[in-house]
Design a protein around this ligand. Structure first.
Ligand code: GTP
Ligand code: MG
Length: 195
């Protein structure tokens, strides 16, 4: 994918704020701190477009990034952060559900999981849920710089099995730190547009 332009359009909390041009949208979901915002920045070749933090729970809104004036990458708040209050968890759930269930131009939802760990119950629930809506054909295994080359395939296999991914589904190891796997990730996203 050749990135000619990338910009943030809006940080939305309510559907009334979502972009109205109805260009295709690709959303990323995953546990807090898994690297959603970092992955988006790296995929766009930008350092600080999406806000990144070592403290989980950084992204609290739905952030729409427009690419090449053609489609959006959508950064969603992460789940599974224990220190968040019940009220906040409920509001997170509402924001996510409203977006994921009603958005007509949503083309794909990409689950991000940490390559080092077996997916959590929350990850499995999230994946089941997005599959139920017909998404989830691409999973990104983040922080691939944290496992050795010789262990990489083993980790990918554990994630595949644990999420019960089908053969056709793609899993892509990505390191935002080392800028690895970015082309592969884009390649699979581009295939979505061709089909
Ligand atoms: P929330 O917005 O809180 O849901 O988090 P997020 O999923 O957007 O994660 P974010 O991109 O903010 O990154 C969380 C932490 O992981 C930061 O400290 C990043 O520097 C680190 N991180 C992200 N990607 C990588 C990676 O590829 N390798 C390594 N080693 N660290 C990474
Ligand atoms: Mg984030």
């Amino acid at each position: 994918m050749k990135i000619k332009t990338s910009d943030i359009v809006i940080s939305a909390v309510a559907p009334s704020q979502y972009p109205e041009d109805m260009l295709p949208e690709i959303a990323v979901v995953g546990r807090s701190n898994v690297g959603k915002s970092s992955t988006i920045n790296t995929m766009l070749g930008r350092k600080k477009l999406a806000r990144v933090s070592a403290t989980p729970g950084k992204t609290r809104t739905i952030n729409f990034f427009i690419i090449n004036k053609e489609f959006y990458l959508v950064d969603l708040p992460g789940y599974g952060y224990a220190k968040v209050s019940k009220t906040e968890k409920a509001s997170w759930g509402k924001i996510m559900e409203t977006y994921l269930t009603n958005r007509k131009n949503l083309q794909e939802v990409i689950l991000l999981v940490d390559i080092r760990h077996e997916p959590t119950n929350d990850d499995k629930m999230m994946y089941d849920w997005i599959k139920h809506f017909g998404f989830g054909s691409i999973v990104i295994a983040t922080k691939s710089d944290k496992v050795s080359r010789s262990q990489l395939q083993k980790h990918l296999k554990v994630i595949r099995q644990s999420l019960q991914m089908s053969k056709e589904d793609k899993i892509v190891p990505v390191s935002s730190l080392k800028k690895q796997g970015i082309e592969d990730a884009w390649h699979h996203i581009e295939e979505l547009f061709i089909e």
